[in-house]
Design a protein around this ligand. Structure first.
Ligand code: NAD
Length: 358
């Protein structure tokens, strides 16, 4: 018997096609009459029509990594409008802004995700101030209601669908070997990897294939639950350091780094690797993820995302300074090696041994 702890979230989730039309009734269910809508131009009209008079105003300036000055501007609009809730429609940027507002006001949130990032399912909020990103956990930032509408994801360009999908997969893969891993989350993780692994090639071939989009969004939802319930390890540590230090694009960075971290962790987490490989229908988890990303045309080199070569040492040093729990201990030399391969776009190297250069 393996003892474990599992904490679920009390979110109300609506999943389907055309579900944005449920926005008005979901706001009514929460007793909300004056929502501040956080979204861009693309989804604004659909949301306003669906909310049947319950939108008090719109804020369009959400940005990547939730800058605190943007949150303060949104809070001023919220107060002027006397809004009683937020409705965030978009990717992790719009959703992050909604969570940052909830942290400060405790107002209810309805979230409609249009990428596969998964932030809507986590009590985690990353915020940036004066170029410095900090992350915190609080149940206050969990949305009350999440509406998954497959139709709103049809417009996500294939390239972004692939990297966003790989970003989601990273949550599930790390959940299989995270310190707080448990059999319930692992079931979801395996199912999520299988659903995304199946869906992404079909989306690249036919971006408006509703069946594939549905599989991907379902998988991404499960990936978000994985991230929210069991936490993170080396992969997320490196991606946060790369994003925070060099401003590298979020989903693309995850996509490049994931196979390399899996190769690094493989010797220390054989059961997790077997489950990833089974879900992907391959023999080797790291190789399978690298080949999948390559087949889907995802970027494979951090240098192509704008990372300077002399940043390799910096990120390796940063990661060991304040390590997360990881099945294989953080080793500066081996992490430097991993980063060098990811920087150059080489396949993952799973034969690497810990180096003495700590
Ligand atoms: P994003 O929200 O910035 O969206 C990326 C781009 O895609 C934007 O230009 C957006 O307008 C566009 N887009 C979104 N949906 C679209 C659609 N359906 N059709 C066409 N274009 C669309 O990026 P993201 O990758 O979704 O989220 C990244 C952010 O989320 C980062 O700030 C990251 O730190 C955060 N995040 C947080 C958590 C968490 O648990 N706290 C988890 C994952 C990501």
């Amino acid at each position: 018997m393996i003892p474990f702890v599992y904490t679920g979230s009390p979110m109300h989730v609506v999943f389907g096609s055309g579900t944005i039309t449920r926005l008005g009734s979901e706001l009514e269910r929460l007793g909300c009459r004056r929502a501040l809508l956080l979204t861009g131009r693309r989804d604004r009209a659909a949301a306003e029509a669906a909310a049947v008079g319950r939108i008090a105003g719109v804020f369009e300036d959400a940005a990547m990594h939730t800058p605190v000055d943007v949150t303060e501007r949104a809070l001023a609009v919220l107060q002027d409008l006397r809004a009683d809730c937020t409705v965030a429609i978009g990717g992790g940027s719009a959703i992050g802004l909604g969570k940052a507002i909830a942290l400060r006001t405790d107002l209810p949130q309805v979230v409609v995700p249009t990428t596969y990032a998964g932030s809507e399912m986590t009590p985690i909020l990353g915020q940036t101030e004066k170029g410095h990103k900090t992350t915190q956990r609080s149940a206050k930032v969990l949305p009350e209601t999440v509406i998954y509408d497959v139709d709103l994801t049809l417009s996500l360009p294939p390239a972004l669908s692939v990297t966003s999908g790989m970003n989601a997969m990273a949550h599930a893969v790390e959940a299989l070997y995270a310190q707080a891993s448990n059999p319930v989350t692992s079931l979801m993780a395996e199912e999520a990897i299988r659903a995304l692994g199946r869906a992404l090639p079909r989306i690249v071939a036919a971006p408006t294939d509703r069946g594939a989009r549905s599989d991907a969004l379902y998988g991404a939802w499960l990936c978000g639950i994985c991230l929210g319930t069991v936490g993170m390890a080396l992969h997320h540590k490196l991606c946060h350091a790369l994003g925070g230090t060099f401003g590298l694009p979020h989903a693309q960075t995850h996509s490049v780094v994931l196979p390399h971290v899996i190769a690094y962790n493989a010797p220390a987490a054989p059961d997790a690797m077997a489950r990833v490989a089974t879900a992907l229908g391959t023999r080797d988890a790291a190789r399978g993820l690298f080949d999948l990303a390559a087949r889907l045309g995802a970027p494979s080199a951090l240098k192509d995302l704008g990372m300077p070569e002399d940043g390799i040492d910096e990120i390796a040093a940063l990661s060991v300074r304040d390590p997360y729990w990881n099945p294989r201990p953080f080793d500066r030399g081996a992490i430097r090696n991993l980063l060098r391969r990811a920087w150059a776009g080489l396949p993952p190297d799973r034969l690497e041994e810990p180096s003495p250069a700590r």
